[in-house]
Structure formats: C-alpha cells, structure tokens
Design a protein around this ligand. Structure first.
Ligand code: NDP
Ligand code: 8X3
Length: 261
C-alpha cells in the first residue's frame, strides 16, 4: 500500500508488541516517521530498528508508562524535542489483567486496567493534543475493543474501561469538531498477540485456549486497518470501526474447528 503518509509523524503507544509493533512496521512501510512508547524500551529499540529497515526516515523511542502522569509528561517532553507537530496519534497501550468474576476480583488487576486503558488514554491525549491542534487532517486513533460494546462474564472491569474509552473517543470527537483533527475508535474482537498471555499472567495453556480451533485476527490485520484509517482524505473521518475475525460472529458465537492433539 502506498499512501499520503510519507514523512508524517506517527506516535504509537504500546509499540513494544502486538498491534503497536505491527502498526509501527506498517507505517514504516509507508515512509512515516515514528515515535514509539512503552515500558519495555529494549523491545521498542528492536521495533524501531526494523522500522528503519522497512523505510521509516526516523524511528525514535522513549520509555512510557501511561499509568503515570510524570512518565507521560516526560514522554511528551521528549516528543517535543523531535517534532513540533504530530500527524497521527495511535492510543494503543492497554490490556486486560485477569478474568475473575466481580466476586473474586483483585484490586491490583482492577487498578492496572483502569490506569492503562482509561486514565492512560486520557493522559496521553491531553499531553499530545497541543501538537495536533491547527493540524487539519491529523488523526487520533484509539484502540478500543468489542469488549467496550458487549459485556462478558469475567470481563467486568476490562469491558468497563473499554466502554469508558469509547465514551472518551465520542466526547473528544465533539470537543475537536471544527479543528480538522479527526478522532476515531478501532474496536477489534479477539486477536492473537501477547494480550492473553498478559491477561492470564503467563499461563500459555489458558492463553492458547482463547484462540483454539479458530483463525483469529492478527496484529498485521489491525495495523493495515490503522494505515487505511489514517490515510483517508482529510474530509473523511473513520468514526467507529468494529473488526472481528470471520470465526467470531458475536462475543460468544465463535466457530472452532476440531483440534487434533
Ligand atoms: P499486547 O499485550 O501484545 O500489547 C500491549 C501493549 O501495551 C504492549 O506494547 C505493552 O507494552 C503496552 N502497555 C501495557 N501497559 C502499558 C503501560 N502502562 N504503559 C505503556 N504501555 C503499556 O496486546 P495487544 O497488541 O493485543 O493490545 C493492544 C491494544 O489492543 C490494547 O489496548 C488491548 O486492550 C487492545 N485489544 C486487544 C485485542 C486482542 O484480542 N488482542 C482485541 C481488542 C483490543 P509494555 O508492556 O512494554 O509497556
Ligand atoms: C480483547 C478482546 O474479547 O478478549 O479486547 O475482550 S476480548
């Protein structure tokens, strides 16, 4: 795909794995300049090196914990040393911690999910918005989830924070009306990344079970979609996009092929 994204500054949070890393590679292929943030800086450095090989004229990284205002503000200060203008902000950092019922919920899991998926989205957006204002045709693309639209058992807090993120997207879209800054949410169903390993705290068997017998979305599917959203003409805003693998017709309606072990 060749687009209008060459030399545009694209900032991606949570770029150390999964959707974020694949998205960095996809924008690099379009010749975009990249600013990548996450907590695992060694991983970010590897992704940035790949991006340069794929054609990014610049790929810079900085530690970012979206769960902390000082860390987010330090990241934004770094961004300002690189550019006065951000063209595409991809709020991707996030994830689920645990799949407990409310009755068995753990404070640490609840707090981590609220910090990263909800407050983190707000913090990063607040810090980067000044670099996007008066920049007609720029895009804020938030990674939501099917979980923000449909609840499931064991998902109360994750579904709750993704639903809250959807409302943040909608508010922001109205707040920025007239500025030319586009705001949209891309809401995937299940995709095979490190998401389930994080959710199940490194339990490979539980993680594999989520995808067993299916052909889930890949990180590259989401990356390609984000490139498409960001490369629409400035008068077009992809406002809300729900994207699921063909095997997932609805949250619990998943086609699974028999697995031979
Ligand atoms: P991964 O676990 O592979 O990636 C999550 C990314 O978020 C990592 O780069 C991680 O980096 C980063 N991250 C987590 N916590 C923080 C933090 N406090 N500060 C900064 N970065 C953080 O999962 P996915 O790629 O699947 O997830 C990306 C987004 O997509 C998340 O928002 C997730 O909720 C959402 N999503 C995922 C779906 C799926 O099925 N996979 C479906 C729908 C939505 P690091 O640990 O280095 O900080
Ligand atoms: C991740 C998708 O269905 O596991 O956001 O919650 S799901």
């Amino acid at each position: 795909m060749k687009t209008n994204l060459a030399k545009k500054w694209v900032l991606i949070t949570g770029a150390s794995s999964g959707f974020g890393a694949a998205t960095a590679r996809a924008f690099a292929g379009e010749g975009s300049k990249l600013i990548l943030g996450a907590r695992r800086v060694d991983r970010l450095e590897s992704v940035a090196a790949e991006c340069v090989k794929l054609g990014a004229p610049a790929a810079v990284v900085h530690a970012l914990d979206v769960g902390s205002t000082p860390s987010t503000d330090a990241f934004a200060a770094f961004v300002r040393t690189q550019t006065e203008k951000v063209d595409v902000l991809i709020n991707n950092a996030g994830g689920a911690h645990g799949a407990d019922t409310v009755a068995n919920g753990k404070d640490a899991d609840w707090e981590a999910m609220i910090q990263v998926n909800f407050l983190g989205l707000l913090r990063v957006t607040r810090a980067i918005l000044p670099l996007m204002m008066q920049n007609s045709g720029s895009s804020i693309l938030n990674i939501g989830s099917i979980a923000g639209r449909v609840a499931y058992e064991g998902g109360s807090v994750y579904c709750g924070v993704k639903a809250a993120a959807l409302q943040v997207t909608k508010s922001l879209r109205m707040e920025l009306c007239g500025t030319g800054v586009r705001v949209g949410t891309i809401d995937p169903g299940f995709a095979e990344t490190e998401f389930s390993m994080v959710r199940f705290k490194g339990d490979q068997a539980k993680s594999d079970k989520v995808y067993e017998g299916t052909e889930p979305l890949t990180a590259e599917d989401i990356a390609e979609t984000l490139v498409w959203c960001a490369s629409r003409p400035p008068n077009v805003c992809i406002d809300e996009l729900l994207i699921k693998c063909t095997d997932q017709a609805a949250i619990h309606k998943v086609h699974r092929r028999p697995v031979t072990k």
